[in-house]
Design a protein around this ligand. Structure first.
Ligand SMILES: Cc1cc2nc3c(=O)[nH]c(=O)nc-3n(C[C@H](O)[C@H](O)[C@H](O)COP(=O)(O)O)c2cc1C
Length: 406
């Protein structure tokens, strides 16, 4: 990662490219074959991991070059220097997709401006029983209760030693830390600290995830007392070397959120990631969950109101933007925000940026829209900058008056 001036590599506009994913692959996988979403995710990660491991040899090298040509857009107006790191564009991969860091360096070839690995926990753990990931196509959403399935901090560190450490990082890499399920809540600080120590050298920034709904009691660590203990421990070890963020839930009351902001500022955090998935179910068109590939045949329909887990995607969009706006106003724009929740289009990203997000992340939108989504968003953001006469994306952060289209 360096501060070099980015080159413009815009060849075809993404609107001119036939979106094979949306017209062919997605309908086949989601509707035709009714593939189990977790199986599909595993296959995707497997292929990306192979590309990452063999990227310096043909044919993976050739594939990577093709990916870059199709999915990347470089333009200096989209770049920012934040916390000492160079972000070539403001659209990142959200936590949860690459939980073990198997494709850490590859995400830049898919157009992302940064990637957050994890959630990783100190102890390897299998996560919750399957099925634990469901698509809600009518709502352009997903429900997941994965429960931090991952191979543990030491395994991630070993993997990153072979890849990230030895290579020049094309984009900043974040590492999202969670609490191991076996660790009692009152020992959470030591658990986060253990992971941080093991992984400190490999992340450009770190995230304290206290907002997943899928680890019992985890969100109670958003309380001032619990959060203070964790942040004290991490910052003492950190000594100002790495930017540390807290990732929050969208379901907090304003008062609780204001308390988190105070703790965050007291402990000199780099910023807030808003938001994780929601436990709310209101407003969903989906009432019953379609059986997954695994449950196919034997399964009866599952009532969405009774199924545990967090909702991501379009239903989360407005609430997460509201949370971003609240943080921006409450802190007078002094606390940087990474905005995440329901981003599918440039319009969605722009809404979050003008509400106060310096950077944004995507997960569910990428599943539905496919790999061209990032480039489409970047092209749309550039168009918005041009329409409004702005020289760079950082000029739009927190500028609510710029939100509506002119
Ligand atoms: C299948 C799945 C797994 C996720 N796992 C994690 C995780 O391990 N850690 C985390 O902080 N967030 C996790 N998330 C939440 C996302 O990072 C993001 O905050 C949320 O999905 C909202 O963004 P989206 O609407 O673009 O998906 C997960 C989301 C999904 C859909």
């Amino acid at each position: 990662m360096d501060g070099r001036t980015p080159v413009v590599t815009r060849k075809l506009n993404s609107g001119q490219v036939l979106d094979i994913y949306k017209v062919g692959i997605r309908p086949l996988l989601f509707t035709g074959l009714k593939t189990d979403p977790e199986w599909l995710h595993q296959q995707t990660i497997r292929v990306l991991g192979w590309l990452e491991r063999t990227g310096d040899r043909p044919p993976a090298k050739w594939v990577q070059a093709q990916l870059q040509q199709s999915f990347c857009l470089r333009d200096a107006r989209l770049s920012q220097k934040l916390w000492g790191a160079y972000f070539p564009n403001p659209v990142g991969l959200a936590a949860g997709f690459d939980k073990d860091g198997v494709a850490a360096l590859l995400w830049s070839s898919l157009g992302f401006g940064f990637a957050e690995l994890g959630t990783v926990t100190l102890h390897a753990q299998p996560g919750n029983p399957r099925p634990r990931l469901f698509r809600l196509p009518q709502d352009l959403a997903a429900l997941n209760r994965m429960g931090f399935n991952n191979s543990g901090a030491a395994a991630m560190a070993a993997r990153l030693t072979d890849t990230v450490k030895t290579a020049t990082r094309p984009i900043p890499i974040g590492i999202n830390l969670g609490k191991s399920k076996v660790t009692p809540l009152d020992e959470a600080a030591a658990d986060y600290l253990g992971s941080f120590r093991v992984l400190k050298d490999w992340g450009d920034y770190f995230v304290v995830n206290v907002s997943s709904p899928n680890t019992p009691g985890l969100r109670s660590l958003q309380d001032t007392a619990g959060l203070t203990l964790i942040l004290e421990a991490l910052q003492q070890e950190n000594q100002g070397q790495k930017p540390i963020f807290v990732k929050i839930a969208p379901d907090l009351e304003w008062e609780a959120l204001a308390d988190i902001l105070s703790v965050t500022i007291t402990h000199k955090l780099a910023g807030i990631i808003a938001t994780n998935t929601t436990i709310r179910r209101d407003g969903l068109k989906t009432q019953f969950l379609a059986p997954t590939g695994i449950a196919r045949g034997s399964a009866q329909l599952l009532d969405i109101h009774k199924e545990a887990g967090g909702i991501s995607g379009a239903p989360l969009r407005d609430r997460s933007t509201e949370v971003i706006r609240f943080i921006w106003k409450q802190t007078h724009g002094q606390l940087p925000i990474i905005g995440v929740g329901g981003i599918f289009t440039a319009e969605d990203a722009w809404e979050k940026i003008t509400a106060g997000a310096s950077l944004v992340q995507v997960y569910t939108g990428w599943i539905y829209e496919g790999p061209l989504m990032v480039r489409r968003i970047l092209e749309g953001l550039l168009q918005k900058l041009e329409e409004r006469g702005l020289a760079s994306i950082s000029e739009a952060v927190g500028r609510e008056e710029l939100a509506p289209s002119p």
